[in-house]
Design a protein around this ligand. Structure first.
Ligand SMILES: *[C@@H]1O[C@H](CO)[C@@H](O)[C@H](O)[C@H]1NC(C)=O
Length: 350
C-alpha cells in the first residue's frame, strides 16, 4: 500500500539495481472505461480454478479476471466500504501446481493441502476509508467475508468485524483452517482472526512498516513462518512462529534496500525459496532468491519493469498462477500509470 513512501522511493531511485528485465510483461486485463488514471488494485488472490480476484484500492469493488481469456468483470461492490485492501482464502484449498521453471519441491504460501468438498469458496478481505493518498480515517477498518458459490448464484460480501481500534488493515494471509493473519500498518501489528467469530488476538507487535504478509506453515509441527514486507526499513523478512502466530525466534532479513508492497513466496522444507514482490512506485516486479533458514539476505533480480507501460505508476502485488497452463507465471497489479488499473502477466524466466 502506498503509505508514506515517497521519501523511500527517492532513496531507492538513487541506488543502482542489479539486473535487467527478461521478457516484457504482458497486460492481460485493464479496467474498462471511463478513464480512471487514479485507479489501482491493492491486492489479488488467485482462485483454485485460476481466476484472479482483485481488490480495488480506489473503490469498494472486487473484480474477477480470467487470465486464460483476459476477460474480467465486477464480482461484487461492497456497500459500507470505501477502499479495499488485502484478500485471502480461508477454505482449505488444493495446492497449486508446481511452477513451470521450478524443479525443487516446496511449499507455497497459502492454506494447507486439504481438498475442500465445500460448495462455496470463502475469502476474507479488509477495507479502510482512505479519502486521499497517505490518509486513513481513524476507526474505519473493517474485515469482510466474501463467499463465492460454485454454482451460478452471485457472490456475497458480509461484514465479519469492524475494528474501530485498528489503524490500517493492509495484508491478509491464511493461517490454520478458519483463521487468517491480518497486518495493521498503523498499529505495527499482526492480528490472528477466527473467521467464524471475527474475534482476534495480536500475536505480533512492534512491526514497524508492516505491509504485505504471507505465511508458510511448517510441513511438520504446528507453527511456521510469517513473511512480511516492511516499507519503512525497505526489507522483506521472515519470523518463526508457533501455532498461535507468536514469534519463537528472531526475524531473518531476506532483502534490504527494496521498496516493497505485497508479494508471493515459495519455500522449501529447509527454508530456501523465492519471493516475488510488487516494487510499488518502482513499477517493477522483483525476485528474491534466499537460502536455508538462518542464511540471511538473498539475491535480488528485477524480473519485469514498467508494468504500467507508461514509465510511471505503481505495482502493488505479485501472485502465482494456479492453472497447469500458467504455473510458473506471475500476475501483478499495476495502477496509477495514467491509464486504468491493470493485471499484468510476468514470466520470471528462470
Ligand atoms: C478511496 O475510495 C474512494 C471511493 O470509495 C475514492 O474516492 C478515493 O480516491 C480512494 N482513495 C484512494 C487513495 O484511492
Amino acid at each position: 500500500m502506498r503509505h508514506s513512501l515517497r521519501s523511500s522511493l527517492l532513496l531507492l531511485l538513487s541506488s543502482p539495481l542489479s539486473a535487467l528485465a527478461t521478457l516484457p510483461p504482458s497486460t492481460i486485463f485493464t479496467l474498462p472505461p471511463p478513464l480512471l488514471p487514479g485507479s489501482w488494485f491493492e491486492n489479488i488472490a488467485v482462485r483454485p480454478n485460476g481466476k484472479i480476484l482483485a481488490t480495488r484500492g480506489d473503490a469498494p469493488e472486487i473484480w474477477q479476471i480470467d487470465p486464460a481469456t483476459g476477460q474480467g468483470s465486477l464480482l461484487i461492490s461492497v456497500a459500507g466500504a470505501f477502499n479495499l485492501t488485502g484478500i485471502a482464502p480461508v477454505t482449505p484449498l488444493s495446492p497449486p501446481p508446481r511452477p513451470r521453471h521450478h524443479n525443487r519441491p516446496g511449499t507455497r504460501d497459502g492454506p494447507s493441502a486439504v481438498p475442500s468438498p465445500a460448495s462455496v469458496e470463502t475469502y476474507i478481505f479488509a477495507s479502510s476509508h482512505i479519502p486521499a493518498p497517505l490518509q486513513v480515517t481513524p476507526g474505519s477498518a473493517k474485515v469482510w467475508t466474501l463467499r463465492i458459490p460454485l454454482t451460478t448464484a452471485p457472490a456475497t460480501a458480509t461484514l465479519l468485524a469492524a475494528l474501530p481500534a485498528a489503524g490500517f488493515l493492509n495484508g491478509i494471509t491464511p493461517w490454520t483452517a478458519g483463521r487468517v493473519l491480518i497486518s495493521d500498518t498503523e498499529a505495527e501489528a499482526i492480528y490472528l482472526m477466527d473467521v467464524s467469530t471475527g474475534t482476534y488476538t495480536t500475536p505480533l507487535t512492534g512491526l514497524v512498516g508492516v505491509n504485505g504478509i504471507r505465511a508458510v506453515r511448517a510441513a511438520t509441527g504446528t507453527g511456521g513462518y510469517v513473511y512480511r514486507a516492511d516499507h519503512a526499513s525497505l526489507t522483506l523478512s521472515r519470523i518463526p512462529v508457533d501455532a498461535a502466530a507468536v514469534a519463537t525466534g528472531p526475524a531473518e532479513v531476506l532483502v534490504q534496500q527494496q521498496l516493497i508492497d505485497d508479494f508471493a513466496v515459495m519455500q522449501g522444507g529447509d527454508g530456501a525459496g523465492k519471493a516475488y514482490l510488487g516494487g510499488m512506485y518502482t513499477n517493477e516486479v522483483v525476485e528474491i532468491v534466499f537460502g536455508a533458514f538462518g542464511t540471511g539476505v538473498g539475491t535480488r533480480r528485477v524480473v519485469a519493469t514498467d508494468l504500467t507501460g507508461t514509465g510511471t505508476g505503481l505495482v502493488t502485488v505479485a501472485a502465482f498462477g494456479r492453472r497447469n497452463s500458467d504455473a510458473g507465471f506471475l500476475y501483478a497489479a499495476a495502477g496509477q500509470g495514467g491509464g486504468n488499473a491493470a493485471i499484468v502477466r510476468v514470466d520470471p524466466g528462470v
